[in-house]
Design a protein around this ligand. Structure first.
Ligand SMILES: C[S@@+](CC[C@H](N)C(=O)[O-])C[C@H]1O[C@@H](n2cnc3c(N)ncnc32)[C@H](O)[C@@H]1O
Length: 160
């Protein structure tokens, strides 16, 4: 599993506790380095916005990106998923200006932007764009999608 722009590693920790092997990457690894060694992911310090994609030869069973937006990496996210892999992306979207930061359009997804970016290459499982109230009012967009290359079994998710 890859936790991109992991921050304090809250998702890495969750995934590690579920038994996944996790790679956590961020430009600032101070906080994630403080995680309990028993659940600590492999930590990669990298500036994701300069230079090339840091995992050119690796594929992941899952990639999670939350509260971080760097559009040039969208194609890398889809490419870096293994067959049956799951991508989860969630961040602020247009309309969030009403509630506070981020308000810079560069950091706000346009309506349908994640669908447009990922539906050609991945199978969309869920997509939302709207106002969240928790932990504070904000406009967010989120997408969960799976990669099917046709070589492996389709992803089966439990219902209910
Ligand atoms: C708002 S935090 C989100 C952290 C985590 N994904 C979460 O939702 O809890 C944004 C993260 O992006 C990281 N970040 C910002 N610019 C970056 C860059 N150029 N390369 C790598 N990480 C970056 C920051 O260090 C920060 O940890």
């Amino acid at each position: 599993m890859l936790d991109l722009a992991c921050g304090n590693g809250r998702h890495s920790l969750y995934l590690a506790r579920q038994g996944f092997t996790v790679v956590a990457v961020d430009i600032d690894i101070t906080a994630v380095s403080r995680l309990d060694p028993d659940c600590r992911p492999e930590i990669v310090q990298a500036d994701l916005e300069s230079g090339s994609w840091p995992f050119p030869a690796e594929t992941f069973a899952g990639i999670i990106v939350t509260n971080y937006l760097y559009r040039p990496h969208f194609p890398h996210l889809a490419n870096a998923l293994g067959d049956g892999g799951i991508l989860i992306v969630e961040t602020f979207a247009q309309g969030n200006e009403r509630f506070g930061k981020p308000s810079n359009p560069d950091y706000l997804l346009k309506p349908g932007e994640l669908l447009e970016a990922f539906s050609p290459s991945l199978t969309v499982i869920a997509y939302q764009h709207g106002i969240d109230s928790d932990p504070r009012p904000a406009v967010r967009q989120r997408l969960c999608a799976a990669k099917h290359t046709g070589r492996g079994s389709p992803v089966c998710l439990p219902v209910g």
